[in-house]
Design a protein around this ligand. Sequence first.
Ligand SMILES: [Zn+2]
Length: 129
Amino acid sequence: MAAITGHIPVLLQERLPLRRTDLETFRSSLRQEVADGERELATAAAQDDDEIAHGAAADLYERELRLAEITAFKRDRYDVEAALGRMGAGTYGMCVDCGRPIPLDRLVARPQAARDVERERSVEREAAP
Ligand SMILES: [Zn+2]
């Protein structure tokens, strides 16, 4: 029987070079999105005095949406960085809660996934207000 390196399933090991590149590309684009978004907000903030004076509710709403979007990008960026860390540690592809392999199709759809779907759902439920 062939030696198993760490706990990473063989199928996943073969896919690692691709996934690492995917994650690094994803991380770059998320960093860019966050930087662009924050720059836009800063520019908008510089014009806010005028806008608020004119009661520009639509602009404030727009700003809220943009802030929510940036927060989501930051969360994804954090998840992607954590996934790259797990790759370095040799634990990528394993559920961080139960240690079971995360199904490949899930990793393909969401390469930064830290948990299997069951655990992810219960974490989301716990986080919900
Ligand atoms: Zn799990």
